[in-house]
Design a protein around this ligand. Structure first.
Ligand code: HEM
Ligand code: NAG
Ligand code: NAG
Ligand code: NAG
Ligand code: NAG
Ligand code: NAG
Ligand code: NAG
Ligand code: NAG
Length: 495
């Protein structure tokens, strides 16, 4: 072959190749594989993450979400947490996503959160290992246990906190609620008593751990919240291992059947073969899931109620009646039956969860190409069901920004709005196979705390605080309140 032939050949084959490439690209362009929802992808890499995470008042949807829904509708695409994402503010799609967990979707936290929660955390695991850990947690939080002895335990810890308040004093309601839920969990998980120095140490390490989980800049550099959190993880692990050693020694000595043997730690030590690392991650995920959430929910109730004196009045009537009828039978401690009788309180609890939105959205990703109502969700994309958007949707809840516990009363439930099955649209605890394992406990903690608060105190909000979504919900000033002992003969304190 001469040089000119070679050049011609090369030219020809190159052109053919280019042609094939161009037609390939062109036809791909012309026939998109996916019918994606509208939306914009934002900056490379960062996408729209910064706008999405911009803090806003927790009783609103925030500017980002409002603008995006107004522009694109309730289902839109974006680029969030380092990848393409579908955001859903649609009640039907949210239910579909949560119900199809494990089949079409699976949990997907950003890597930084995974690293810190631990690879065995309930909130990270998928498949059989998730099922096993969930089974352990459900066993620990079972309804049967709630009925028989957890009501008493929850009440004891609520009273310990509420009894310590002085008449006419001002303090952080959020801190008090956190004390309550933390002490309860520490007791249930490893029999730590509130006064115990170990409990204090665990709490301090846990708080530092938490700061790392919620820090938006998870860089493993000296001095960062993230680095401190990893250190605290190690410290918490030491505490747990110390407890486990104590127990092993005792079991060897044949000193069994203490009260301690009914806590989570003993249960996993005797009923499972989880490694120390697995137990650590389980304990941390239960503390994380079961302490931050319900304490913020209690603080939200304390925040909403003073704006609705009629609700305080009705709550007080309900709880006075319960205490009065208990006095007649000589019963002192609250029982499961008493809890079930707190009908209006249940409405207040639901309304607090709806308007306060402790958990605003849930992290998932598509593990298959999914088709939903004409849209495609490509395999591998993040999927974010935004439950707060459903809770604040005026098409589903009449005047959604109003704190109105009465909307949960049976007679009011079906009325007001079209297609409003209010029960179905409350997704504060998620749904499907990963629905909150502690939803019953969380609601019980709220109701019991409200019971003693309402019977014993009047309170007012001081210091102009309000809940902010970071997007985790927090009170920047930790919700300062001023309490006054309620001078009523129905005070629930046994004197
Ligand atoms: C009012 C308080 C609470 C709220 C709003 C809440 C909310 C949620 C939500 C939305 C999820 C689902 C996360 C997902 O699907 O990815 C969840 C999961 C979970 N929650 Fe709660 N929660 C609360 C209280 C509690 C309590 C008191 C516990 C007790 C330990 C708890 C334990 C858990 C656990 C273990 C999971 C993981 C379940 C799984 O992955 O199978 N939660 N919670
Ligand atoms: C869940 O735990 C119970 C014991 O509480 C056990 O009998 C059951 O086999 C477990 N199920 C799974 C799927 O691990
Ligand atoms: C609590 O303090 C208020 C004044 O701030 C007073 O009116 C009330 O009687 C006090 N209650 C008790 C039980 O001491
Ligand atoms: C209650 O506290 C206020 C200041 O917060 C004070 O002015 C008032 O004297 C106190 N009342 C009683 C009875 O302690
Ligand atoms: C079992 O241990 C407890 C303290 O953990 C101790 O008070 C008790 O005397 C021990 N009982 C026996 C039989 O060793
Ligand atoms: C426990 O041991 C069995 C086999 O004995 C194993 O199949 C299972 O995965 C282990 N569980 C954990 C949590 O390591
Ligand atoms: C329905 O809700 C309103 C408040 O929005 C309340 O005043 C009313 O009593 C409720 N009606 C019933 C039948 O519960
Ligand atoms: C609160 O919401 C849950 C979940 O939607 C529902 O099952 C329950 O009946 C509601 N409670 C009341 C009092 O409406």
């Amino acid at each position: 072959m001469s040089d000119s032939h070679l050049i011609t050949f090369c030219f020809l084959s190159c052109s053919i190749l280019a042609l094939i490439l161009i037609t390939f690209i062109f036809t791909r362009r012309k026939k998109p594989k996916f019918n994606l929802p509208p939306g914009q992808m934002g900056w490379p890499l960062l996408g729209e993450t910064i706008g999405y995470l911009n803090p806003y008042p927790a009783v609103t949807l925030g500017e980002f979400m409002e603008n995006h829904i107004a522009r694109y509708g309730k289902i839109y695409k974006s680029n969030l947490f380092g990848g393409p994402a579908i955001v859903s503010a649609d009640a039907g799609l949210n239910r579909f996503i949560l119900q199809n967990d494990g089949k079409l979707f699976e949990i997907s936290y950003p890597k930084s959160i995974r690293d810190i929660l631990g690879k065995w955390s309930m909130l990270v695991l998928v498949g059989d290992m998730h099922k096993e850990m969930r089974n352990i947690s459900l066993n620990f939080l079972s309804n049967a246990k709630l009925r028989t002895h957890l009501v008493k335990e929850v009440e004891r810890h609520a009273l310990l906190v509420i009894n310590s308040w002085n008449n006419n004093s001002t303090f952080s309601a959020l801190q008090e609620a956190k004390k309550f839920t933390f002490n309860f969990m520490a007791k249930r998980i490893m029999s730590l008593e509130p006064g115990n120095p170990e409990t204090g140490q665990l709490r301090r390490e846990y708080v530092s751990f938490m700061k790392g989980v919620v820090s938006t800049a998870p860089l493993n550099l000296p001095g960062t919240a993230y680095r401190k959190a990893l250190k605290s993880r190690g410290a918490v692990k030491k505490i747990i291992e110390g407890k486990m050693e104590e127990r092993n020694k005792r079991i060897q000595k044949g000193n069994a059947s203490l009260e301690e043997d009914h806590d989570l730690l003993s249960w996993v030590m005797t009923h499972t073969n989880l490694s120390n690392e697995q137990i650590l991650d389980l304990v941390l995920s239960l503390l994380f899931a079961g302490h931050e959430t319900s304490s913020v929910a209690i603080a939200l109730a304390i925040y909403f109620l003073p704006g609705c004196p009629r609700a305080i009045q009705q709550l007080r009537e309900e709880h006075v009646e319960i205490v009065t009828s208990k006095k007649q039978t000589g019963e002192v401690e609250l029982t499961w039956d008493d809890y079930k009788r707190m009908e209006f309180t249940h409405c207040v609890v639901n309304e607090t969860l709806r308007l306060g939105n402790v958990v605003r959205f849930i992290h998932r990703k598509a593990i298959k190409d999914v088709h939903y109502k004409g849209y495609d969700i490509p395999c591998g994309w993040k999927v974010l069901p935004v439950v707060s958007a459903v809770h604040l949707d005026p098409a589903l809840f009449d005047q959604p920004h109003q704190f109105n516990p009465w909307r949960w009363q049976d007679k009011n439930k079906s009325g007001s709005c079209e297609n409003a099955n209010v029960n179905m649209n409350l997704m504060a605890f998620g749904g499907g196979p990963r629905m909150c394992a502690g939803s019953e406990l969380g609601k019980l903690e709220m109701a019991v705390f409200i019971h003693h608060l309402i019977l014993n105190y009047n309170w007012e909000l001081v210091g102009e605080d309000q809940p902010i979504a970071y997007p985790y919900v927090d009170f920047p000033k930790a919700l300062p309140i001023k309490v006054q002992t309620h001078s009523s003969k129905h005070s629930s304190f046994s004197s």
